[in-house]
Every structure is written in structure tokens, then in C-alpha cells.
Design a protein around this ligand. Structure first.
Ligand code: CP
Length: 321
């Protein structure tokens, strides 16, 4: 694997999941793989799980990792081509990224969307600049439109749960449901989850959201899309809860989403569904306490699997170097 920006960088999802689960069973089995090599973890936005799980994964592989919180600790970066830098930005990405290339063997980057211009965000301009000028293999720690390490951890979790639930012979029904939130959030997690589940072919994907919250068809094509949440939840084996802002009326919050928070009553029509969320989440806005504190919730397992997701990906990249 030369880079990890989306599901398109993965040849065989099931094989990658198997590699991740092998690391979960024996975390230090490839401790020598990263000897003498170093990864940079660059954060232009906040993180808890991605930062820590990727560091743990790196350590398990014998890699040295250095975290750089660009947004809080670095010089203000300029990305504009031909910019006259007489304002607040101090260092151009053209000058900074090659320096990362001198220090690291692999570059991992988190860059959220600005949610102002859909064209800018969906061109993945910022991530593209790190790729272009660092000369390093780049791993996305969540970009403007996708969160592939999260989606891999999500599929790992679904596969583990399927083994526990002993669902065999038919594909599980996975429902991605929009949830209310007080702020406009990116579409990354939802886009990425849809993209991975569609590519995986190990589940039937249903997406439900209020009208106006349609996602980019590039990621959802192949899924069944229903705007009636109760209908969508019928017989679901997994319910993935996530808020996103509008894609068409870009970056907007269109309603307060009354009636869309997942409750035990809503779950009663499912096949005793397991409930997933990438975290962080706002309790009793996106998801009720009663669901989160019940046996339906697999969110801690899901977050734990972020380590094995990152370890499987980093391992593939190191082996290709
Ligand atoms: N799920 C996730 O990416 O969490 P963080 O934003 O805390 O890294």
C-alpha cells in the first residue's frame, strides 16, 4: 500500500480486516517492522481517538511517532498558490511539507473541511498539498470528505459482532442514520462509511436522513436511501448514528432534527441491533443515554478497534517501502 486516503487504496478489505484482527490477537508480533523508522502525525484539527490509537499502533510496530498539532503549535500555514504573504500566514506549505519529508518516513495528516466551499473541500485541496510537497506516503487521519481509518475500524467491529451474533448465510442489514446536532458537522464519516460498506459487499446498506441531507452519490451509490427513519430501521442488525451537515445546501444545518434521536423505542423494530458511533458524541442530542448505556452500544469496542485499523494500515505501508 503506497498511501491510505480512501477505500480505493485497499486491494482486499477482508484481508485488511483479518490483518487488523491478527494484530488485536497479538499486538507485538511485528514489533521489528518499524525499527529505525518514524511517522509524523500532523493535526490541523482536534482529535482524541485518532491521535492516541495511531500512536499506540505505531508503538506496537516499533515505529517512533511524533505528534505535531499544527493548528496550536505550528506557524500559520499558507496554502494559496502565488500568495503574497503579508498577512497572518507565516509559512507556505510548499516550504513546510518538504521539511516533513526530511524528518519522517510516513506522514499522517488530519485536515477538516472549512464547510464554506463545497468545491474546495471536495477537491481535498489541503491534503493534496501535503501529498504533493512532502514526497512521503500519506495516511489520512480524516480529511475534508473521508475518514478511512474510522471506516476500517467500523467494519472490523461489524465482523466481530457478526461472529458473536452468529449471523450466517445472509448479509446483515446496516442502517446509517442521520442524527441531530447543534453545529454543522462535516460529511466525512458518513461518506466514508457508505463508501466502505458499498465496496465491502459484506452488508446491505440503508441510509436514512431528513430531506435535504442527501450525501454525495459518489459515495452512496448502491445503498438504499429512505427518508422515513422508522421504516429504515426495520429489522436492522446494525445502526450507525452520525450527524452531518447538508451536502447540496453546502455546510448548512437545515432543521433541529426533532424526532431523529435514536431511542430504545425506535430500536424496538430492529433485529436487536448493535448501535455504532465514531465518537465524540453529544449525549441526549445525537443518541439517548438509554441506548448508549445499554447492551445495544458497541461504541467503546469500535473506538478500541481504531488501534488495529491503524496498525494494519501502517504495517501495509511499511512493508511497501
Ligand atoms: N472518531 C474520531 O476520529 O475521534 P477523534 O476525533 O477523537 O480522533
Amino acid at each position: 500500500m503506497k498511501q491510505f486516503l480512501s477505500v480505493h487504496d485497499v486491494q482486499d478489505i477482508d484481508a485488511l480486516v483479518a490483518a487488523a484482527l491478527a494484530y488485536k490477537a497479538d499486538p507485538l508480533k511485528d514489533k521489528a517492522l518499524g525499527n529505525g523508522r518514524r511517522i509524523g502525525l500532523l493535526f490541523l484539527n482536534p482529535s482524541m481517538r485518532t491521535r492516541i490509537s495511531t500512536q499506540v499502533a505505531a508503538q506496537n510496530l516499533g515505529l517512533e511517532s511524533i505528534v505535531f498539532n499544527v493548528d496550536k503549535e505550528g506557524w500559520a500555514l499558507e496554502f494559496g498558490e502565488g500568495a503574497v504573504m503579508n498577512g497572518n500566514t507565516v509559512e507556505h506549505i510548499k516550504d513546510a511539507a518538504p521539511v516533513f519529508g526530511e524528518y519522517f518516513d510516513v506522514l499522517c495528516v488530519r485536515t477538516f473541511p472549512a464547510l464554506k466551499s463545497r468545491d474546495d473541500d471536495y477537491s481535498e485541496f489541503l491534503l493534496g498539498q501535503f501529498i504533493k510537497y512532502s514526497g512521503l506516503p500519506v495516511v489520512s487521519l480524516e480529511s475534508a470528505t473521508l475518514h478511512p481509518l474510522q471506516s476500517l475500524a467500523d467494519i472490523i467491529t461489524i465482523k466481530e459482532q457478526l461472529a458473536e451474533k452468529q449471523i450466517k448465510g445472509k448479509k446483515p442489514k446496516v442502517v446509517l442514520t442521520w442524527a441531530p446536532h447543534i453545529k454543522p458537522l462535516p460529511q466525512c464519516v458518513a461518506n466514508s462509511f457508505a463508501q466502505w460498506i458499498n465496496a465491502w459487499d459484506g452488508a446491505d446498506l440503508v441510509i436514512t436522513h431528513p430531506e435535504g441531507y442527501e450525501l454525495d452519490e459518489k459515495f452512496t451509490k448502491g445503498a438504499c436511501i429512505i427518508t422515513n427513519q422508522d421504516e429504515a430501521l426495520m429489522d436492522a442488525d446494525f445502526v450507525y448514528v452520525k450527524n452531518w451537515s447538508a451536502y447540496n445546501d453546502y455546510g448548512k444545518v437545515l432543521s433541529n432534527g426533532e424526532g431523529w434521536m435514536l431511542t430504545n423505542e425506535k430500536l424496538s423494530v430492529t433485529n436487536n441491533a448493535k448501535v455504532m458511533h465514531c465518537l465524540p458524541l453529544r449525549r441526549n442530542v445525537e443518541l439517548s443515554d438509554e441506548v448508549l448505556d445499554s447492551s445495544h452500544s458497541v461504541i467503546t469496542q469500535e473506538a478500541g478497534n481504531r488501534v488495529w485499523s491503524a496498525q494494519a494500515v501502517l504495517s501495509e505501508i511499511l512493508k511497501a517501502q
